[in-house]
Design a protein around this ligand. Structure first.
Ligand SMILES: [Zn+2]
Length: 155
């Protein structure tokens, strides 16, 4: 009788117990949420650090730093100009104007060396050529540029 009960109980839990499945979903979502939060926090920290770097005082200074930082990245063959204006996303943006011709725009909070380096790195890595899908931009291109803008690390 006892043996029969155990067997029945085992069979019932296999058929009716939804908890392992629900637990798996909760666990996966938790891990994903942690990963996304960590990613967001890391990017925000890197960009914050870039925004606290050397100030760029005017557009003449901007052009001098573009030349200096382009040399550091071996991008002398590219024609890059800079301008202070509102950026549609974030504090800066690299825009392709023509073949080998780019413009970097920096808004009021992005007028510093770190943000400029971030945008130059987007140009170097070809991110300004054509917009890739949002996930590639968010999880590959943006972290690469943020890391270079903050610490000069090339990935
Ligand atoms: Zn960026």
């Amino acid at each position: 009788m006892e043996e029969y009960t155990q067997e029945q109980h085992g069979k019932d839990s296999k058929i009716y117990d939804p908890y392992p499945f629900i637990r798996k979903i909760i666990k996966t979502n938790f891990i994903l949420s942690c990963a996304v939060l960590t990613w967001g926090f890391t990017l925000a920290t890197l960009n914050y650090k870039a925004c606290r770097s050397e100030k760029i005082v005017d557009e003449t200074h901007l052009q001098e730093i573009i030349i200096e930082e382009s040399k550091a990245l071996d991008m002398k063959n590219k024609d890059i100009t800079g301008r202070f204006t509102e950026a549609p996303f974030g504090h800066g943006q690299a825009i392709k104007l023509d073949y080998n011709k780019y413009e970097i725009i920096l808004d009021k909070k992005g007028r510093n060396r770190g943000v400029l380096k971030h945008e130059l790195y987007h140009i170097l890595k070809g991110h300004a050529e054509e917009k890739d899908n949002l996930l590639i931009y968010l999880f590959i291109e943006e972290p690469q540029a943020a890391l270079y803008g903050a610490y000069g690390i090339k990935l």
